[in-house]
Design a protein around this ligand. Structure first.
Ligand SMILES: [Zn+2]
Length: 362
């Protein structure tokens, strides 16, 4: 059980008081756009911010551009930085089908489209993007709680800003309503309003695809030394091997490090065995990279995890590794394995986020 603090209790009471019957979230589905088109059956537009009223758009389609003084709506200037849309069915914008309402506002570098919708509907779509919907129900429920907790935390941190989260892997992947399935909706409904807390605060509920056998401490994975992000054992390798090999050509090494590579050595590893610092002898001189910089240079998508062995292959690099993602918090393939073994979602969450408490926010 987590300790409680006075601050935590007050914060929790504040959050719970703010949580209305329908908790709403604001997601940026497009940023820095030169042009946005909004479509929908029964499309309506509200031009005058919060105080205006909705008017029908007969054509069912509107083009929005930024201008010096505000926006240009279907060729007509509007001296105002934002407009809102809704439809009787779904809205379509930035190639996504969206529930709820859409706000388009002029940002400093173009247009920003913000989808405003109930948190629970957002989560049903996030689940379909972040975890295979065919995973067992208890794994999906654990993912629903982790994703809700992550979103609630971000919402608190972003108070007063135009949106709470982006729609990419930098936050949680949100691909609109087309990513919902009956199984993701069921997992969200079964855990409605439930968030993970530590000392009464919603936690930083990081998760990842596969850890390779041991999750990583928050301090090593993300520079977040949080008591509930500890290194724990994980059975994900029994479900599916996460082994991978990455070959980098001499040209790719030149691009990443400015030179071919003559020698490579992982000089420091975390307790779970992931690389912390990598020494590389280059064509001229040598350098030591910290692991996050190393991963950034090779690309987060290409270098799937920091759990690797490295060798030089004729001026290039060959990395043998396992796992996918930063390794902190819940391992999704591990959650699937535990669910197959009969664990319920509470047990799964308790394993990956030790010391936390599950609380119903609404
Ligand atoms: Zn794992």
């Amino acid at each position: 059980m987590a300790r409680s603090s006075v601050f935590g209790v007050l914060l929790w009471l504040t959050i719970a008081a703010q949580a209305r019957a329908v908790e709403v979230i604001r997601i940026a589905v497009a940023e820095n756009a030169d042009l946005l088109t909004v479509e929908g059956v029964g499309l309506q537009i509200k031009r005058l911010g919060e105080s205006g009223s909705y008017e029908p758009v007969e054509s069912g389609r509107i083009r929005v551009l930024p201008s010096e003084r505000g926006l240009v709506i279907d060729g007509k200037p509007l001296d105002q930085p934002d407009v809102r849309f809704r439809a009787t069915g779904m809205l379509t914008c930035a190639r996504e089908r969206l529930r709820g309402e859409l706000e388009i506002r002029r940002g400093s570098r173009g247009l920003v489209a913000v989808n405003i919708l109930p948190l629970e509907e957002y989560l049903a779509a996030v689940l379909g993007s972040e975890m295979p919907p065919t995973f067992p129900p208890e794994a999906l429920k654990a993912q629903a709680v982790a994703a809700r907790t992550y979103a609630v935390r971000k919402k608190i941190e972003a108070a007063g800003r135009p949106y709470h989260l982006g729609a990419t892997w930098l936050d949680q992947v949100y691909g609109g309503a087309s990513r919902e399935t009956p199984s993701t909706r069921a997992a969200v409904e079964a855990t409605q309003g439930e968030v993970l807390t530590y000392e009464m605060e919603p936690i930083e509920a990081y998760f990842h695809s596969a850890c390779g056998g041991h999750t990583e401490a928050g301090a090593d994975a993300l520079g977040r030394p949080l008591p509930y992000l500890q290194e724990v054992e994980c059975p994900c390798e029994t479900a599916q091997s996460s082994a991978w090999t990455l070959d980098l050509s001499p040209a790719e090494c030149r691009k990443a490090f400015g030179s071919i590579v003559r020698e490579v050595d992982v000089v420091d590893r975390s307790r779970s065995g992931r690389a912390r610092r990598i020494a590389i002898t280059l064509g001229r001189g040598s350098r030591v990279y910290n692991a996050t910089d190393f991963r950034r240079r090779l690309g987060y998508e290409r270098l799937r995890s920091l759990d690797f062995q490295a060798e030089v292959s004729s001026g290039g690099l060959r990395l043998h590794g396992k796992g996918s993602g930063h390794g902190a918090g819940m391992c999704q393939w591990g959650a699937r394995t535990y669910a197959d073994q009969g664990w319920d979602y509470r047990q799964i969450l308790d394993h990956y986020y030790p010391g936390t408490e599950l609380r119903k926010m609404y």
